[in-house]
Design a protein around this ligand. Structure first.
Ligand SMILES: [Zn+2]
Length: 74
């Protein structure tokens, strides 16, 4: 099992909650809009900035993304 690996996606806090994103979304060009694993759209500008420590605590974990990631680890 690759926790945090490219194959299963990674968590990132955003202004609309903490979502899972594929590596491709995280590497997309600035100024684009990409989808989290649950389908929520987030700008790459927001996705690729370093999230402040407090954002990891403040933002709620998206349970739809959680289910997608859990299923991939079966
Ligand atoms: Zn999500």
């Amino acid at each position: 099992m690759l926790v945090g690996g490219a194959k299963i996606g990674r968590w990132q806090p955003t202004s609309v909650g903490r979502h899972g994103f594929d590596a491709a979304a995280r590497r997309a060009d600035p100024g684009l809009v990409v989808e989290a694993l649950c389908g929520v759209e987030v700008s790459t500008d927001e996705l690729q900035q370093i999230a402040p420590e407090v954002a990891w605590i403040r933002e709620k974990t998206c349970m739809d993304c959680w289910r997608v990631l859990a299923a991939r680890q079966q």
